[in-house]
Design a protein around this ligand. Structure first.
Ligand SMILES: Cc1ncc(COP(=O)(O)O)c(C=O)c1O
Length: 389
């Protein structure tokens, strides 16, 4: 074994398949071609002004400068409890049923270490946010993939999971509104997840990253509003997308108090909590006026329509999603996800994400993120129209 060899767990992570695409992007940029990336989902508009003001004030208070506790400040926990009641009709005990997380990514990853042992299984959507599969693998466990297909409204068929996987399963990751498919939760799916969790002693982790980015009047529910959900599950609520705060690393885990205690136990060994000024700013975000959130949704809705129309013009028909910041579209006949992404880059100098990046069931699709400024998005869409129709 060489000095710098990675651990077997890291070695077991799926290989990075898009090196070739990235090489070509670099090549184009080096040749002076302006490449427009519709790849990553990172809001281009700033954090709301009132959140920044709250941060300014909090950062000036020396009381926020010391090691935070992983349990979080009362202001943060109470703001979440009030928000969950008003926004979702869900009662949260601010003492036992919520603690901060340094972004949903950290939380999901650490939940794997808190709950999974080698030989155990996490049930993960395919396509899905990559940490649902990478987290279990790094924890030395297995991710069992649950295909999301259009005919089922992009909800996994929980009745099709083999008995041995159910017996070994400890976690079920779900996420609605869904990245990458843009689907909202089909009627009855959360209820079915609660049933499965009860029958097989599986902790449900609902990754609520996109409940605040919705369109056409759709209001996304919390998984915790489902009867019985708190007995079998937790929800991770991130401020990254709904409040344009991806850089702040501000999220929380809410729900089942024992599960939260276990996660907290793990975290006391791993990190030293969330900067208290960020906690106070996060609390201010949740307590703030809804007007900024509504305006953000109208920006994405306008961009969504622009992209759906442009795709229609090049023969790619997609239904306009009711939530998230993504368009999930089938690749034209004769293409794989990667060959289409390469074609779009070659012909139009536009980057789209190949669907296979999100799991094998993402093959045959590509994803466009709506987090590009309007003028640039319009330019990208025009290039797609003129080069690919
Ligand atoms: C489904 C989903 N979960 C979690 C995250 C990451 O959230 P955070 O910034 O809170 O780590 C993302 C980011 O794209 C996401 O799409």
């Amino acid at each position: 074994m060489a000095l710098t060899d990675p651990s077997k767990r890291l070695e077991a992570m799926p290989p990075y398949m898009f090196a070739e695409l990235e090489r070509r992007i670099e090549e184009k940029r080096d040749a002076g071609i302006e490449v427009i990336s519709l790849g990553i989902g990172d809001p281009d508009t700033p954090t709301y002004r009132y959140v920044i003001e709250a941060m300014r004030e909090a950062v000036g208070d020396p009381g926020t400068h010391r090691y935070p506790s992983n349990r979080g400040r009362p202001e943060f926990r109470e703001a979440f409890a009030d928000f969950y009641l008003q926004r979702f009709g869900v009662e949260i005990d601010a003492v036992d049923e919520i603690i901060p997380a340094l972004g949903a990514k950290e939380c999901i990853y650490n939940l794997c270490f808190a709950f999974l042992d080698p030989g155990e299984v996490a049930l993960a959507s395919d396509p899905g946010y990559p940490v649902y599969t990478g987290g279990p693998v790094l924890a030395g466990a297995e991710a069992y993939l649950l295909p999301l297909v259009p005919s089922r409204g992009f909800a996994p068929d929980l009745d099709a999971i083999p008995e041995d996987k159910l017996a070994a399963a400890r976690l079920l990751f779900i996420n609605y509104p869904n990245n990458p498919t843009g689907a909202v939760v089909p009627d009855g799916f959360f209820e079915r997840a609660v049933e499965l969790a009860r029958d097989h002693e599986i902790l449900v982790v609902h990754d609520n990253a996109y409940s605040e980015t919705t369109f056409d009047g759709y209001v996304a529910p919390s998984f915790l509003a489902t009867p019985g959900a708190k007995e079998v599950g937790v929800e991770v609520f991130s401020l990254s997308k709904g409040y344009n705060m991806t850089g702040w690393r501000c999220a929380a885990i809410l729900g089942n108090p024992e599960a939260i205690r276990t996660y907290w136990r793990l975290k006391t060994n791993v990190d030293s909590g969330m900067f208290e000024a960020v906690q106070l700013a996060g609390a201010a975000a949740l307590r703030g006026p809804r007007k900024d959130v509504e305006e953000m949704c109208s920006i994405y809705q306008r961009r969504r329509d622009l992209v759906v129309d442009a795709l229609g013009a090049i023969g790619v028909d997609v239904a306009a999603p009711k939530g998230t910041i993504y368009i999930w579209a089938p690749v034209p006949a004769g293409h794989s996800s990667t060959s289409f992404a390469e074609l779009v880059l070659e012909e139009a100098a536009v980057v789209v994400s190949p669907g296979s990046m999100y799991g094998p069931s993402g093959e045959g699709f590509f994803r466009i993120s709506l987090t590009t400024p309007d003028e640039l998005l319009a330019e990208a869409v025009e290039r797609l129209r003129s080069h690919l129709s």
